[in-house]
Design a protein around this ligand. Sequence first.
Ligand code: SF4
Ligand code: SF4
Length: 441
Amino acid sequence: MTKDKMMTYTFIALAVLAAVTTALWWPITQQGWSLGLTLLISCLISVVVAVALDYMLSLAMKDKGPVNTMSTAVFGLIVALSYSYGIPVMATVELLPLVAPQAFIYVAIIAAVGEVAFKKLQGLLGRKYVNPAAAAKILVLLPFLYQILLPKDHTGYIPTLATELNYTGLDPLASFASALQFCFGNPDLLSQGVLTLPPSPSELFWTLVVAKYHGWAGGASSIAVIIVGIALFIVARKYIKWRITAAYFASVTIISLIMSAVYGGDALLRLGFELFVGSSIFLAFFMATDPATTPLTHLGQCIFGLGLGVLTVLIQTYMNFFGGSILALIIMNLTSSALDKVGLTKPTEEKIEVKLPKAQQFEAVKTTSCMRCGACMVVCCHRLSPILIKEAFDKGNADMLRKLRADLCDGCGHCSFVCPARIDLRGFTLRAKASLRSAKS
Ligand code: SF4
Ligand code: SF4
């Protein structure tokens, strides 16, 4: 696996989701614009803005910021697919620019801010601390989002999720199921009276699982996200941090069940909402697993996913912020540096044989920056942490090198062999070992 190859697989997966949503949304027209066409144009704008800026910044920064076309194209698609489109019937309380042409402007600004501030400049710090697409979206939309994050009128219109969730109610808006169908159901069918309120459980679960018509474009079809996401996990299983997604689903399920036990209501409806509404499902598969901003160790990844799930449910429940997972993601990203140190394997003098992927011949070796996939830590036959040893060596931190037991490296080269960024980890670790030896003598 190489970084470019992995980014190509991710780009293909995202392009499939963009195509699915475009097809679903194509017949829906809002303020004279086809929603499908809006998404298609947004994807093009976002990718072109991000890739063009990446190219120009790389020229300006010379060797400090290499051109990274594939990873930037993935970032551009994520920006467009994590943007909210479509006016729900409860439009009076929607504050965001949700339709074309305003949506195009904001998608372009988010792509530009994300590329400059959160990809390139953050990259100069040695590692990325927050997900670029999530952080840029929060920053650019803050003038709108603060009214949701610090609710005033917002709470008056959106049902409070802490209370009982049910399918029926005298006033349609008092029924949570109706509010969800109002917000995410097919607006054409709602206006024609084909979809009635309150919806039956099966109608609502169709909306949540198969086709939503408002919110993050990437999550419009939850089932498509699950199928495409799992396919990507299988193709790049050694490099994608799937444990985060698994832990996220587990914690959302547990917290939803606890909430249902405390507040009553329909447990399945609450679970369906927490798992599938708006951003959550797309974020769980395609943003929460971003290698650069998530922990390196398996245990750290599990804790990260658990925390993400708990925070998402709490924000959605008590702040009435339906897209709460994006805020939860940024908070959890900030814990990644600490979680990197949780669950490190214990170095051992004994040599342990590990199974390596099949070798492949490359015509040219292209070295890129570390993408923090953690693969080098899994294959070391002495259970060392080669990437952390490299970082400590770069900083001249001898205490850390001793703690990480760089002296145990026997130069087998497994770490360099699996590294998708083609970093000479073996060389760094052996140099670190030599530096410890010379410091001793
Ligand atoms: S070269 Fe050293 S650090 Fe890398 S896998 Fe082998 S023993 Fe571990
Ligand atoms: S150095 Fe390790 S964590 Fe970084 S890209 Fe290579 S294998 Fe992944």
